[in-house]
Design a protein around this ligand. Structure first.
Ligand SMILES: NC(=O)c1ccc[n+]([C@@H]2O[C@H](COP(=O)([O-])OP(=O)(O)OC[C@H]3O[C@@H](n4cnc5c(N)ncnc54)[C@H](OP(=O)(O)O)[C@@H]3O)[C@@H](O)[C@H]2O)c1
Length: 261
């Protein structure tokens, strides 16, 4: 009976989570999925009204991360799950020459140091309770870098993946799991905006621009980008007790985009 009960429970009811970047895209879907599962969720972004479940901060800065960590512990009384979703690139196109030191630093602050700083502040609480799960959202660009505008982004995500693996080795014996979720193209609202812009620039329609974007990635074998909620479902599984023996590994969710094993 006990075995059956354990197999059916995902152990998420009543857990406490911080999801960074939870007002849009993958982060917003992750907040929804975890909330549905009975998790108390705090989220954070640069824009939005401060409230009992939302902290406004720029987590590309050390001060912003400190604010988020303090607010999370104050609001939840501890933390069991961190889903670090924030990341991205606003760098200009133009290859290596377009990326000056400021662009490189920005890519590292947003995509790597945000996670490093957040983990450093919240891991002591997890270690003290001997339990916790950390998800770092990386990107297939960490292994399939694109050269035009995202050299620094891809390199920062690769560094995040390496850091995440190393961290998992240190903390797994102490009860903390650390996993990576690595999306390919996900059709978020921001992505829809980008495709609309590409369509108007190229004088084509949404479907035409969407096809061109998929082609620029080398094609997506399933014929479409992923949906934010599909990534959120993977995250929900990985933070649940059903994934209790999974740590230090990367879960690619890209419709088959990465062409190699
Ligand atoms: N979408 C894709 O195709 C794709 C593919 C591969 C990997 N990923 C990765 O998946 C993650 C989420 O991407 P997404 O496309 O879902 O993002 P998104 O739709 O652009 O949403 C980003 C979220 O993060 C917040 N945010 C951004 N910068 C922040 C900062 N400095 N401090 C605090 N909050 C910040 C945003 O709110 P504010 O703007 O208000 O701060 C928003 O809530 C990123 O790590 C990205 O690299 C995405």
């Amino acid at each position: 009976m006990e075995t059956i009960k354990n197999e059916l429970s995902d152990g998420l009811q009543g857990k406490r989570a911080l999801v960074t970047g939870g007002t849009q895209g993958i982060g917003q879907a992750a907040v929804e999925r975890l909330t549905d599962a009975g998790v108390a969720v705090i989220t954070t972004a640069r824009n939005g009204e401060e409230g009992s479940r939302f902290v406004r901060a720029d987590i590309a800065t050390a001060d912003g991360v400190a604010k988020v960590a303090q607010a999370t512990l104050a609001a939840l009384g501890g933390v069991d799950i961190i889903v670090h979703v924030v990341g991205g690139s606003t760098a200009p196109a133009g290859g290596f020459a377009a990326l000056d030191d400021n662009e490189w630093q920005r890519a590292l602050d947003v995509n790597l140091l945000s996670a490093v700083r957040l983990d450093r502040l919240l891991l002591p609480t997890m270690l003290a309770q001997g339990f916790g799960v950390i998800v770092h959202v990386t990107s297939i660009q960490s292994r399939l870098p694109l050269p035009d505008a995202t050299l620094a982004y891809a390199a920062a995500k690769a560094a995040l993946a390496n850091y995440s693996k190393g961290l998992s080795k240190e903390v797994a014996p102490k009860g903390i799991r650390v996993v990576r979720v690595s999306p390919g193209w996900v059709e978020t609202e921001a992505a829809v905006g980008l495709v609309n812009k590409l369509a108007s620039d190229a004088g084509t329609d949404y479907e035409g621009a969407r096809e061109s974007l998929m082609k620029s990635l080398g094609g997506i074998p399933i014929g479409r980008p992923a949906k934010p909620i599909e990534v959120a479902d993977l995250i929900r599984f990985l933070v649940s007790e059903r994934a209790g023996s999974i740590t230090g590994t990367e879960y690619i969710i890209d419709g088959g985009t990465v062409p190699t094993v």
